[in-house]
Each structure stands twice: as C-alpha cells, then as structure tokens.
Design a protein. Sequence first.
Length: 397
Amino acid sequence: MLYRRFGKTELNLPVLTLGGMRYTKGWDGPHDVLPDETLENAYDVASYALEVGMNHFETARDYGRSERVYGKIWPRLAAAGETKSELRQRIIFTTKIPPMPSYDHMRQAIEDSLERMDIDTIDNFDIHGINNEEKFERTFQKGGCLKAVQDAMNEGLIQHLGFSTHGPLPLILKIIESDAFESINLHYYYFFQRNWPAVQLAAEKDMGVFIISPNDKGGQLFNPSEQLVQLAQPLSPMNFNDRFCLSHPEIHTLSLGANTREQIDSHLSSIVADIQEDASPGSELKTVQQRMDQQSERLQQSGQLCTVCHDCLPCPENINIPEVLRFRNLWKGYNMQQFVTYRYNMLEAHGDWFPGQFADKCTECGDCLPRCPEKLPIPSFLFEVHNQFYKPKKKSH
Ligand code: SF4
Ligand code: SF4
C-alpha cells in the first residue's frame, strides 16, 4: 500500500480507503438489527483491507447499518496477541454526520456515532453533505452545529474536522475559504473534472483531499462499455481512473466501497509508487488519457461537446443542463449508456444530493442558448437524453 499525508491533519492515509456503504443488507432496516451475513461480509472485507494496508475505514451516520457494523466487527480484527487498544491505534476511522439543526442535535449525533462504532474518539470527522446554501447556513449557525463539533474536539471526542459535499463549485470554494476545515471529501475523477479548482484551493490550504465514489458515481467503471475497455488498454477503466486521480499529488485517498475481496484486489494494481513518472508525458497513464481525451475532442469538432462550464445556468425550470449534457458526452463519446441510465434516473429523487428536474421539463424558452460558449442546441440535446434514458418508475400498489 502507498500512504499519503492527509494535509494538515498529519494523518498518514492509505491511497485506497475502505468505504463502508455497500455491505450485504447494509441499508436494510431496522438499522440496529445486524444480521450475521452483514457482519460476516463486513468482517471478511475489513480484515482483508487491513491485511493489504487499507487501514482507513470510512462510514457515515446515514449509511444504514454501517457505523454499527463497524462497531461490532473492528474489535475482532486484532492480529494474534494484539490488544484492542493496539488494534485501535492501527485503524483510522472517518465518519460523517449531516449539519444538524441545533447544538444539542449535533452533540447527540456525535455521541451516537461513538457508541455505535464502539470507539472513544473519531479520528476524522466530516460534516456530511454541505450541498447548498441552506446546509452551509445551518453548519455555521452561531452556537449550533459547528460549535458542537468544536466542543467535542476540545474534549478529545473528535481529532480532525473536514466536510463532504455534492454541491456546486462556487459553494465548495466558499466552504474551503471559511478555513473551518482540515480536509474535504468531494467528487473529482476523469469523467468529472469540474471540481479541479476546489482540489487546487484545498491543496493551497494544505487540506486533506478525499475523493468520493470514483468508481460508482465516477462512471460505474466496474461495469464498463466495450469501447471504454478498448480505450483504456492496457489498463482497466477502473485502474485508469484510480491512476488518473492519484497522479495528482493534491489528492490523498480514494473511497472504495468494496464488499468483496476481489473488488479490493482489482484496485491494488492501480497503486503506482512513482506518481511523477505516472504524470509525465509518454507514461502508460498519459497515453491512455490522450486516447480518452481524443473522444472529447472529436465531439467538440463536431459541435457536440458540453464542456460543463455551467454558463448556461440558471434554468427557470431547474434543469441541471451541464449534468444532463455531460451524460450526453459520456453516451456519444464512450458508449456509457448503462451508467447514464443509472445516473439520469436518479434526478428528482435525491434532493440536494443530486439536484435538478428531468430534461423533459424544458419549455424551450431559449434563455440558456446565448450563454452557451459552445453554441449547443441545448433543448434538443436535453430531449434526446431524456428520450433515450428515462425509465418511468413502476408504481407500487
Ligand atoms: S431552453 Fe430549456 S433548458 Fe434552456 S433555460 Fe429554457 S427551460 Fe431551461
Ligand atoms: S453553457 Fe454550454 S457548454 Fe457550458 S455547461 Fe451549458 S451547455 Fe454545456
């Protein structure tokens, strides 16, 4: 395993983090009932993760049974002769709690997490999902959520403070500029590079940078299109994306929501010790990246590439134009229909975690058209994506 200094936290994190959100029946309720199969699956994967050096476990209050599962299984991970406290020192836990409405709510939630995870201190704590202005305000409300976290830090219940976000880039930059956090947990990967300025600003401020879901939200790269497989040769699409992310020294660790040993194995070959070499022109990684980039260039030459610049917003119908047209890029450039179907149909169902209406709500008002530097026929592209990928939800009776 390769380890990187997680910014000013001074934690030494493995470049691959074990995400705890996909264990067998991990999301089923009731969450305080932990089936044997969930515990055995988590134990098996976590023990293997430790064996290969992935000693950073990530979870969240809102990941179903996840915190409680870790609380039950981690004490069993001790090596022969190792005490519980020696084992605890080897494991770094990150958990996340959303911005709570008051000091007392936040305090209670922190105490709940400690109890569920059977730990005395949270090594790295994130305010979970500062996705919009409302959550920003709630986080920074005087005497509220952040004060509860700071008091918990003074008492030693939390060691380091960061935040996670699925929000828009200007909001992310504003949160970083607040200087309230030591690390950031955000989306950035080959097929979504818009947040690069946030990664750079975080690095300037010596913050830890943790990448959310590079495989799943990053393109379901564990289930790639044939075209993507060919473009990524001799790497796998997943290894390409891992290495693309890690070729930036500003990025310290990637979350890997594994629920089998094989999934961990499939990422181990992504670890390249010499990132300078990986990032240099002519390297294996750069050769693949050039081939990938050429697909976008082809789209641009034919007047079809959305550069995800966001200049077209706002849309009066609250259509997330850049994201829908990014999906069109992935479809036309890389044949990623499966991923686009999965992701497009998450619109209108996940609130501020994935905002925006379905593209068929476009009224063709034309407001966005003069703002697009690429002169894209936005409404017709939107309808094209909707007609191709929208799957009406089955009504339950
Ligand atoms: S044309 Fe459609 S996408 Fe563009 S601003 Fe109007 S409603 Fe929104
Ligand atoms: S302005 Fe044009 S290129 Fe930019 S995000 Fe909107 S549609 Fe895409």
